[in-house]
Design a protein around this ligand. Sequence first.
Ligand SMILES: [Zn+2]
Length: 192
Amino acid sequence: MPLYCENCMKLVEGPTCRACRNRKLREVEPGDFCMVAEVHYMQAEMLKELFADNGIPCTDRSVLGAGITVKLGVNVGFVRVYVPYDRLDEAKALYDAYFNSEAVFEEPEKRELSIGHVYRHFKGGLYRVEGVAKHSETLEEYVVYRKLYDDHSLWIRPKEMFLSPVDKEKYPDAMQEYRFEEVSEEVPDGAV
Ligand SMILES: [Zn+2]
C-alpha cells in the first residue's frame, strides 16, 4: 500500500511528505480522498460533472483556500479535485481521456454563412440568406435574409446572432443546435 498524507490528501513517497513536511504518514485506505488533478476552476466544474456521471464521489479545494475565494466572491484560480483512493485509477483515466484529448480545447467550429442558401429557423420557418450588410454607424455585420413563406419580406439580424446556437434554456425543446441551420444548396434568385 502506498503512503498517504492527510494534510495534502495525496499519495506520497515516504517517509516524509515533500510538500508539507508531514512525517505522520500512514497507509492509504480505500476511502481516503486523493488528488486527481489541479485544474482551472472552470475545468473543475466539468471534471466534477464527469465524475458524477460515472458515480465517482469527489470533493475539491481551492488552491487559494476557501477563505480567499469567499472574500473575493468568485472562484479566481485553480482547484484541486479529489476522489476516494479506490476510485483514483478510474478517475485518472477519465481525466486523461477527457482533458488531455485535444477535442476539449478546440475552438468551437467557426460557422460560415452561405449566401444564397436556405436556412431553417429553429421554430421551423425557412429563409434564404440574401447577403451580408454592414451597419453604416457601427460597422457591425448583419445578415439580410428573406422569409420563404407568407409575405416573403426581407429581414436583417446581426451576423453573430444569426450564426449563434439556440438558447437551450429559453427553448429546451428546440430540435436544432443553432438558431438558423442550412438546409439546402444554393437557390437561384427568383426560384423561391
Ligand atoms: Zn503533505
